[in-house]
Design a protein around this ligand. Structure first.
Ligand SMILES: Nc1nc2c(ncn2[C@@H]2O[C@H](COP(=O)(O)OP(=O)(O)OP(=O)(O)O)[C@@H](O)[C@H]2O)c(=O)[nH]1
Ligand SMILES: [Mg+2]
Length: 248
């Protein structure tokens, strides 16, 4: 079997191999991607972004648990945009929260994007294609921060969830100017801490959906899943009418 056929068959080692090739800009990866076309599988692609330590991995852990209960195979990519030198060590840490590493229905992978211009979006979307072809749906992407680089998540993910923690103050102000323009849902996580109400109030006028979550206790997770589903459904409808408008 070719590498592309093995990916389509859902072989985990083939998936990992192709993503490694992608990370090192190997032309062999392009050849595999070429063979994965046309897309006959379509995954929900959900970006989870926010400053370090706000609880992104803990939230993803909870989401994965629910998706598994629904019988769905879940792909998780933790994308690091920091330098390749420090990236590896930090990445290991960033996804340590995930409890599902031994579950065959969950594929977890960290990716370093080597920091080249536009590399975040390209390498990530290619990796998403690979997971999608292997049958993972949804694919969750964890990215750190809310700067310029992270806006690239919007090019890859259909639904973008920004995670914030209470009492950020200045950081919330900075977010309003940038990332919030591309965010569909904000989860005010660590809502067991003081200041959650204020943070919610500060963000409410800027994003259609602001939710409170306590990821460590699983609070607010059903509401977050519902908001994601709702956004996905809306998106599918918009896609359909766009296709309708432009003919077959
Ligand atoms: N009190 C409280 N702590 C939480 C909550 N969610 C996560 N934490 C804790 O916050 C810390 C960071 O959680 P992570 O899920 O690793 O955060 P992260 O955003 O993925 O972190 P990075 O990947 O390093 O950016 C851990 O110690 C969690 O247990 C919450 O709702 N309340
Ligand atoms: Mg993390």
């Amino acid at each position: 079997m070719t590498l592309a056929e093995r990916v389509t068959a859902g072989e985990v080692r083939a998936v990992s191999r192709v993503i490694t090739l992608l990370e090192s800009d190997d032309p062999a990866a392009e050849a595999v991607l070429e063979k994965l076309k046309p897309r006959d599988r379509h995954a929900a692609i959900i970006g989870i972004t926010g400053y370090p330590g706000v609880g992104k991995s803990t939230l993803i852990d909870q989401l994965v648990r629910t998706y598994r209960q629904q019988g769905r195979a879940v792909g998780v990519l933790a994308v690091d945009t920091s330098s390749p030198i420090t990236g590896g060590a930090i990445l290991g840490d960033r996804i340590r929260m995930l409890e599902h590493a031994t579950d065959k229905g969950v594929y977890i992978r960290s990716m370093a994007t080597r920091g080249h211009q536009g590399g975040v979006a390209r390498a990530t979307s290619q990796a998403v294609r690979v997971l999608e072809a292997a049958g993972y749906d949804p694919v969750l992407i964890e990215t750190v921060g809310v700067g310029q680089d992270e806006v690239a998540i919007a090019e890859v993910a259909q639904t973008v969830v920004a995670v914030v923690a209470p009492g950020l103050g200045d950081e919330v102000q900075a977010m309003k100017a940038g990332l919030l323009e591309v965010v569909h849902i904000v989860a005010v996580n660590k809502a067991d801490r003081e200041g959650a109400d204020r943070t919610m109030a500060e963000l409410q006028d800027w994003v259609p959906t602001v939710l409170r979550t306590v990821a460590i206790k699983g609070e607010g997770i059903p509401e977050l899943l519902e908001a994601i589903d709702r956004h996905q459904a809306k998106r599918r409808d918009a896609d359909r009418s766009a296709r309708g408008a432009t003919g077959p």
